[in-house]
Design a protein around this ligand. Structure first.
Ligand code: CP
Length: 335
C-alpha cells in the first residue's frame, strides 16, 4: 500500500477496545500497515496528510510517557489535530464523571478518542455511549491492545516467519515474566501471541499469578499457555523474553513478595538467568523499567534488548490504528 491509497481491506471494527475482539487477520492488517508507517517515521519530514481535518483527543486519566506521546506523534504525523487532556488537568478533578467529561468532548465532534483509565472496562463503557471511535490506551488490569500490537510487530520483525501470513509467530516460545496478575500488557499479549501461533510461558511468584490465566482466551490460549513459578524453567530455550514491571500503583494490602532484593534474586533478568534462553533470544519490556528489580541494566541495555525498537514501533502502530479507525469516521483518508 502507498500513502496515496486507502487500506485494501476495510477494518472490521469501529473501536479498538481489546485484542479479544480481533482475529489474526485484523492483527496482521494493523501490523502490515504499521510497517508502511515505519518508513515514513524514518524520513527527514515525518508528516503525511492522511488524516488532515480529523480530530484526535488523547484522554489520559493515568500517567503515561510512551503511549501518550506516541499517540500524539502518530496523530500529528498524519496531520490530524491532536488534543491532549490529562485527568489532573481536566474537570474530573472537580467531580465530573468520566461519562460527562467524554460527552462534553464528544459535543466538540472529535473523530477518535484515545482513553487510558485505571478502571477496567472504562473504554468499553464509553464506546457504547459515544459516536467517536474509542481506542483503549490501557484500562486497569484488563487490556492494553496497542502495546500488544507493537510487541507482536517487534517480535515479527526480529523472529517472525516471513513466509506465513496470519501464523507468523508460529513455533516461537515467548516467556512473559513478572506481575502477571496486575498486567494488562500480559493479558493483551497472551491473546495476541496465541492468535499469531506463538506459545506463551507465564512466570511469576504464586502471589502474582492469577488463577486460570491460561484459560483467558478459551481453547486458543489453553493449548498454548503454560504457567511457571521458576524463572529458569520458564526461560529454558525461549525465543523471546518479555519482562514486566511490578505494578506498585495497583497493589493494596500486604506485600506480594518480601522485598525488591528477594524478588530480583528469583525473578530478575540478569546475565546469568538470560543464559537459559536461546542464545539469540530477544529481550523486551513495555516500560517503564524498574532497573535492578525485574531487569538488570546490563541486560536492558545489552545487544539482545529490543526495548527501544518497541517504542519506535509504538508510533507506527498507533498511526495504523488511528488511520484505520479515523478514516472510517469521515469520507476516507486523503493522500
Ligand atoms: N508501555 C506503556 O504503556 O508505557 P506508558 O505507561 O509510559 O505509556
Amino acid at each position: 500500500m502507498t500513502m496515496n491509497q486507502p487500506a485494501q481491506r476495510p477494518f472490521r471494527h469501529r473501536h479498538l477496545l481489546g485484542i479479544r475482539e480481533l482475529d489474526a487477520a485484523d492483527i496482521i492488517q494493523v501490523i502490515d500497515l504499521a510497517d508502511t508507517f515505519m518508513a515514513i517515521n524514518e524520513r527527514a519530514i515525518k508528516k503525511v496528510p492522511t488524516l488532515r481535518g480529523r480530530t484526535v483527543l488523547n484522554l489520559f486519566f493515568e500517567n503515561s510517557t510512551r503511549t501518550r506521546v506516541s499517540f500524539e506523534l502518530a496523530a500529528k504525523r498524519m496531520s490530524a489535530d491532536a488534543v491532549n487532556i490529562s485527568g489532573g488537568g481536566s474537570s474530573r478533578s472537580k467531580g465530573e464523571t468520566i461519562l460527562d467529561t467524554v460527552r462534553n468532548l464528544q459535543a466538540m465532534n472529535p473523530d477518535v478518542i484515545v482513553v487510558r483509565h485505571s478502571s477496567s472496562g472504562a473504554p468499553e463503557m464509553l464506546s457504547r455511549r459515544i459516536d467517536a471511535a474509542i481506542v483503549n490506551a490501557g484500562d486497569g488490569t484488563h487490556e492494553h491492545p496497542t502495546q500488544a500490537l507493537l510487541d507482536c510487530a517487534t517480535i515479527r520483525r526480529h523472529k517472525g516467519d516471513p513466509t506465513s501470513v496470519d501464523n507468523c509467530l508460529r513455533g516461537l516460545e515467548v516467556a512473559i515474566v513478572g506481575d502477571i496478575d496486575h498486567s494488562r500488557v500480559a493479558r493483551s499479549n497472551v491473546l495476541a501471541l496465541c492468535k499469531l501461533g506463538a506459545r506463551v510461558r507465564l512466570c511469576a511468584p504464586a502471589t502474582m499469578m492469577p488463577f486460570g490465566i491460561e484459560h483467558i482466551g478459551g481453547d486458543e490460549t489453553r493449548e498454548r499457555v503454560t504457567v511457571h513459578h521458576r524463572l529458569e524453567t520458564a526461560l529454558e530455550g525461549a525465543d523471546v523474553i518479555m519482562m514486566l514491571r511490578i505494578q506498585n500503583e495497583r497493589l493494596s494490602g500486604p506485600s506480594l513478595f518480601a522485598n525488591n532484593r528477594e524478588y530480583s534474586r528469583y525473578f530478575g533478568l540478569s546475565t546469568r538467568t538470560v543464559s537459559y534462553a536461546k542464545p539469540d533470544a530477544i529481550i523486551m519490556h513495555p516500560g517503564p523499567i524498574n532497573r535492578g528489580v525485574e531487569m538488570m541494566p546490563e541486560v536492558a541495555d545489552g545487544d539482545r534488548s529490543v526495548i527501544l525498537d518497541q517504542v519506535t514501533y509504538g508510533v507506527a502502530i498507533r498511526m495504523a490504528v488511528l488511520y484505520l479507525l479515523g478514516a472510517a469516521h469521515g469520507t476516507g483518508p486523503e493522500a
